[in-house]
Write a protein that binds this ligand. Structure first.
Ligand code: ATP
Length: 325
């Protein structure tokens, strides 16, 4: 799997930078619609965070690793899912996850992971940091690259790749939906071999042409009205939506979108739950796999979950056992 380039840049430091810097906040000032930066700086200062601001890809990862190495006990990510992913990646690289707490300040376009943790907005995030319950949640890995929320291969990954940045900040999540419909017209599916190991139903395999493969850690397709998965069960939720041979692609895409929104199982949908799986793209081809929304190309991905790897504060809407509702 090819990773984003890693490089370090000068940061802007705000607040009291003397002493141990126990609380460090990594701020992506341009994520989402970019109007959060001043609010986050102000709240971070009130809550005793040293702020490090990213300038480009890789900064959040480097800042998080540095903060952990220098003795931080709490590292927060203010940005979208991509920024959260980079911060956690930095903590993994520094071997710091067992000791360092991670927190999410939602300031992105989709904020999927924050939503799944019950964190509503920037202000709420700081309340949650001060008073929220602490949980230990699972972390997903794809070829040893971590992901908090999900990895997607197929239709929506291709659509996200194609979603233009300007359009994304103008329209937010609507841009993804529009792009998905547009991509769907020409999308031909991807031939996959999937093998899941150690699940409750034993080892299982699936092979065929997939419109969509979703490997969820924090997130799954809505089943009973919520997208939050059980993030403490040590298992990945896998959904494969099969291409129906010979059928109209635009119709298939609509089916996939509807399933994504409504969550009904059809004969085209296979669900698996397992702590580990391998996904091979048939015929030595590569495909796009998103990791928390960031794109990678790979021909074979080994997925696994590391149970209880991340300690973080959660909001009241977080559900430790969503499957028993
Ligand atoms: N100062 C900066 N200027 C431009 N891009 C930046 C800067 N800092 C970080 N980035 C880029 O921002 C991206 C991460 O954005 P992030 O995913 O957090 O927000 P988003 O895409 O708006 O929201 P979401 O992921 O929730 O849809 C990374 O690709 C990173 O390289």
């Amino acid at each position: 799997m090819t990773s984003p380039q890693r490089h370090s840049k000068q940061s802007v430091t705000v607040g009291d930078a003397t002493g141990a810097n126990e609380r460090v906040l990594v701020l992506n000032p341009v994520s989402g619609d970019g109007d959060h930066a001043d609010r986050v700086r102000g709240l971070a200062a009130e809550h005793d965070f040293v702020v490090r601001e990213t300038e480009s890809e890789g900064d959040a990862m480097a800042f998080a690793a540095e903060a952990a190495t220098e003795g931080a006990t709490l590292v927060a990510a203010a940005g979208g899912d991509g920024t959260c992913n980079e911060v956690v990646r930095g903590l993994v690289d520094a071997g710091a996850l067992p000791a360092v707490e991670f927190a999410v300040v939602p300031a992105g376009t989709g904020n999927n992971f924050a939503t799944n943790l019950g964190v509503e907005d920037v202000e709420h995030a700081f309340d949650v940091i001060e008073t929220g319950e602490r949980r230990r949640v699972d972390l997903g890995f794809a070829n040893d690259e971590p992901f908090l929320n999900s990895s997607i291969c197929g239709l929506t990954a291709e659509a996200s790749t194609d979603t233009d940045d300007a359009r994304k900040s103008e329209l937010g999540v609507v841009a993804y939906a529009l792009e998905t419909v547009r991509t769907a017209v020409s999308y031909e599916g991807v031939e996959l071999d999937v093998a899941a190991f150690g699940g409750v139903d034993g080892d299982r395999t699936w092979e065929g042409s997939a419109v969509l493969l979703l490997v969820g850690n924090g997130r799954r397709f809505p089943v009973r009205g919520r997208t939050q998965a059980d993030v403490e069960d040590g298992a990945l939720d896998v959904t494969v939506v099969e291409e129906r041979p010979g059928s109209d692609l635009a119709g298939l895409a609509r089916t996939a979108l509807l399933e994504r929104i409504l969550g009904p199982d059809t004969d085209l949908t296979t669900r698996l739950q397992a702590p580990a799986l391998t996904v091979r793209v048939v015929g030595d081809e590569t495909a796009t796999f998103s990791l928390d929304g960031e794109m990678h190309r790979a021909s074979r991905v080994r997925f696994r979950t590391e149970p209880a790897a991340v300690r973080l504060p959660v909001g009241p809407a977080y559900e430790p056992t969503p499957d028993t509702d």
